[in-house]
Design a binder for this molecule. Sequence first.
Ligand SMILES: *Cc1c(COP(=O)(O)O)cnc(C)c1O
Length: 457
Amino acid sequence: MKKEIPYKIYLEEQEMPKAWYNVRADMKKKPAPLLNPETLKPITVKELSGIFCEELAKQELDDVTPYFDIPEEIRNFYRMYRPSPLVRAYCLEEKLETPAHIYYKFEGNNTSGSHKLNSAIAQAYYAKRQGLRGVTTETGAGQWGTALSMACAYLGLDCQVYMVKCSYEQKPFRREVMRTYGANVTPSPSMTTEVGRRINAQFPGTSGSLGCAISEAVEAAMGQEGYRYVLGSVLNQVLLHQSVIGLETKAALDKYGIKADTIIGCAGGGSNLGGLISPFAGQMLKGEADYEIIAVEPASCPSLTRGVYAYDFCDTGKVCPLSKMYTLGSSFIPSANHSGGLRYHGMSSTVSELYDQGLLIARSVEQTEVFKAAQMFAKVEGILPAPESSHAIKVAVDEALKCRETGEERTIVFGLTGTGYFDMVAYQKFNDGQMSDYIPTEEELEKSFAALPHIPV
Ligand SMILES: *Cc1c(COP(=O)(O)O)cnc(C)c1O
């Protein structure tokens, strides 16, 4: 008999995962290997260790080890804000008059306001353990930079952040949170790196992009003794760390004997989605269970729904390894009017491969609709969601409304990745009725596809 489900399912501290789960280990067809941009051969741990910390380079390339122990120091940090609650959205269900059961895994309950802290602390920990002085990174909307500054401050590491220029200007408060935690924040493209100067010359007045900020951060790391580059999404290591989201979600559902039918996550670089779905996708790969998994992306940056599956550069400056992924092309710069942090041109190679194998489906949504769903959610569930997370809300609502039509009692689980307190410029645009939905044209996409590297496979 089912126990009564509380509004919030909290795991006990001792039920927190002790190991991260690497879904690649259970994939028969693995994600394509990262390639060295110069030799076009699969990159080695040794080569990758020039950019990343050694342990992280190993995690990045390991597609056979299913579980990685979470070091006790990282678990101690997790204890400050984890386990995160799995919330039964009773109020939303009532508002939608749906027979569906809706749950969301809330990752916004920490100062950085998102799931990114789960990987930030892991990456900072391995950098510290290697005896490094500091790390460099990029940040788009600012959540990753904030999370990394918190993690670095905790461990006493220097933190240098290249922040996409439009966010630097739109989100001064995020910038100040990072500086409060001791990080050094530079708007990107800047004039402090070679690649920044080149991009500024090529695209005068550009509001920047993640791909471009990545190039700057990599250059900065390579140019300083005792520094490595860290990245908050896209990479396999990040998905690995974010599996803590999915493992906790699964443990909470199992605790109450709940079986999810549909699992929904927003997809920027794919890390929260990849982390949320990992244990469930693992079951699917082993033939143990079946789920409908939906990745939601913005119509303005539709890498899964309109991109191509090909090797591409991860950054605008073409200094990072090449990754086979669903991509819009590394020269694609999404319109500045898009307010979410889902502006990356590519997608995690693991999520891309799972998508290609048909384990998940993808949907793109327009931002005005996303903000309508966000506002409704804020009113009924009491949490002001991040615009990124609201993409998942929008599709969860759509699915729940379908159930109202069919009378089906589906169990829908979605990832609520963060809070939107620092996204008030976007909410202001929405409230003023000035939000537009910019969708790239076929011509624009063709132009950036034409610039994809030609890799013989
Ligand atoms: C960064 C971010 C995302 C998107 O990144 P993924 O790597 O795709 O998870 C989603 N939600 C929030 C709140 C974020 O900060």
